[in-house]
Design a protein. Structure first.
Length: 366
């Protein structure tokens, strides 16, 4: 099958590679390129362009006091409008970019009146996009049932290990995607709240509590994301909560759960910074955070919890030139190999490990 891909960025590049490696012919165009050749002869054309927030809203800076905002859909609208001019009813646009519930019906569907439009967001993590696409927890498809069935068949004929296909309306799939992300933020924030309680009470190891909850799978949850440590990060989770604040206000729900989650995430970063400042004063040492990106082995700083902590204290990043108070921001238990290394830190340093993995460190949350 010939497949088109518009948007060759952090998501579109590895995603298009995955389709190509699965045996499809893939035609690519980036934002700003001419797309006529990219969509020609393609049955499905995937749209993986950004739906950005103002940089202040990405989660690495304090933003709970900012006015809630929706994502910007200007790039998506421009791409769909241009694709619609050169596509027909025998083809289908497949949007995979994150949008808020209600967006496609309200702002995008009418722009694709000459062709067809499906919503097929992915549950992936930066650094493991292709692996996540090969082993998805579920595949979600919103829109016309016949085209949704055709897309499902395409996936079923690919090396994709998935037994759960969720097909529904645009609104149902938009909601499934974004509430999936924000539920993860809520789990992480809850674990870090237990960590804060441990720090305040004493005589308590946060891992004992979170492990007990993680194994309570009958009524509460799965063990995933049930490890207290640094806050949630990345290019999706913090900003999705921020955008849902806007939606809650727009729909007049009468409460702001997502604002509370974002505020808690920031307060937890403030609490950690306060602890580092106390150690800095006690030992007369500067503060250094090891790991500025939101995840080990990646350069992306989107929504970085390390940068968020740095908003509440004077510190530097990744400087091992002199004895310091070192915060080990990256867990060694991640699936990224280099994150498992032991930092060789100067003698006389004080090491704080919020993941409680390094034996010579102060275990934050114990």
């Amino acid at each position: 099958m010939i497949i088109g891909f518009i948007g060759i960025g952090k998501l579109g590049s590895p995603a298009s590679d995955f389709f190509e490696e699965a045996g499809h012919v893939v035609k690519r165009a980036d934002v700003g390129d001419s797309i006529e050749d990219c969509v020609k002869d393609c049955e499905f054309v995937f749209v993986a362009v950004p739906t950005p927030h103002d940089p202040l809203y990405d989660g690495k800076y304090i933003c709970s006091d900012l006015e809630p905002k929706d994502f910007s859909y200007d790039i998506v609208k421009d791409v769909i409008t241009k694709a619609n001019k050169v596509m027909n009813k025998e083809q289908c646009l497949v949007l995979i970019s994150t949008v808020l519930p209600g967006t496609i019906s309200r702002e995008l569907a009418h722009l694709a009146n000459n062709t067809n439009l499906l919503y097929n967001p992915y549950l992936i993590a930066m650094g493991t996009v292709k692996a996540d696409m090969a082993n998805p927890e579920m595949i979600m498809i919103g829109g016309d049932s016949e085209w949704a069935a055709a897309l499902q068949i395409m996936y079923m004929n690919m090396p994709v290990n998935c037994n759960r296909y969720i097909k529904g309306t645009y609104e149902e799939i938009e909601s499934t995607k974004i509430f999936y992300n924000t539920f993860i933020t809520m789990k992480i924030t809850m674990c870090n709240m237990i960590q804060d309680v441990a720090m305040k009470l004493g005589n308590m190891n946060v891992d004992v509590v979170t492990q007990a909850l993680a194994e309570s799978t009958d009524r509460i949850m799965s063990p995933k994301y049930m490890k207290a440590g640094m806050g949630d990060g990345g290019s999706c989770h913090p900003r999705d909560n921020i955008a849902l604040r806007w939606l809650a206000e727009e729909l007049d729900l009468g409460y702001d759960l997502f604002g509370s989650i974002i505020h808690a995430r920031e307060q937890q970063a403030s609490n950690m910074a306060k602890y580092l400042k106390e150690l800095s004063k006690e030992h007369d040492l500067p503060i250094v955070i090891m790991g500025k990106s939101f995840k080990p082995d990646l350069e992306y700083e989107d929504g970085s919890p390390s940068i968020l902590v740095s908003q509440f204290c004077e510190c530097t990043f990744d400087d091992v030139s002199k004895p310091s108070i070192f915060l080990l921001a990256h867990s060694r238990q991640t699936t990224f190999g280099k994150a498992n290394k032991e930092y060789d830190l100067p003698e006389g340093s004080v090491v704080v490990d919020p993941w409680r993995e390094r034996k010579d460190a102060i275990g934050y949350g114990v």
